[in-house]
Design a protein around this ligand. Structure first.
Ligand SMILES: [Zn+2]
Ligand SMILES: [Zn+2]
Length: 174
């Protein structure tokens, strides 16, 4: 959604509030795409004079992210709580020169999609687990081990590898 702040700039102490309707049904990054299951985001702008606007964004977005170990979908809530003083005196050229990160603002036009996208991106977790002690999937048959053990368990040769691990652990303890 594009919000033109031009009118607000003419109105000292004026306030504008906007709910954000995310148009995308998925959140895409270079590597992955996550369905968006829920979102509730509000933007608010207040003209505090001298072409400065107080900008606030609060809300939350729920993404469905696969568990890092077993790949089961996990709802993950991202909270947004952002505040910034937008300096509307700066021209686009000045912002580029200063490497200003306000890529969501072009002239008086505020792009809420770009802003929210960036906020979600910086809040994405490194990994998500369905539960802290997720057992993951069997690396031989792919069974989800949270549902019970698979048949590969019994066939495990066991001794060879666990001996190596014993030696390894001894080294660690020294
Ligand atoms: Zn899991
Ligand atoms: Zn298995």
């Amino acid at each position: 959604m594009l919000i033109d702040l031009y009118d607000l700039l003419q109105e000292e102490d004026g306030v504008r509030n906007y709910p954000v309707e995310l148009e995308a049904k998925e959140f895409k990054t270079k590597k992955s795409r996550y369905p968006i299951s829920d979102s509730d985001i509000k933007l608010s702008f207040r003209n505090k004079g001298k072409k400065h606007i107080d900008f606030k964004c609060v809300g939350k977005v729920t993404l469905i992210i696969p568990c890092d170990k077993c790949l089961e979908p996990v709802p993950y809530e991202i909270n947004i709580d952002y505040f910034k003083d937008l300096d509307m005196n700066k021209s686009s050229e000045e912002k580029i020169a200063e490497l200003d990160e306000e890529v969501y603002l072009e002239g008086t036009k505020f792009d809420s999609d770009v802003f929210v996208y960036n906020e979600i991106l910086v809040s994405l977790p490194m990994k998500v687990l369905c539960k802290e002690d997720c057992k993951g999937i069997c690396n031989r048959c792919g069974a989800n081990l949270n549902m019970g053990s698979c048949k590969c368990d019994n066939a495990e040769p066991g001794t060879g590898m666990s001996k190596i691990l014993d030696v390894f652990n001894q080294f660690k303890e020294v």
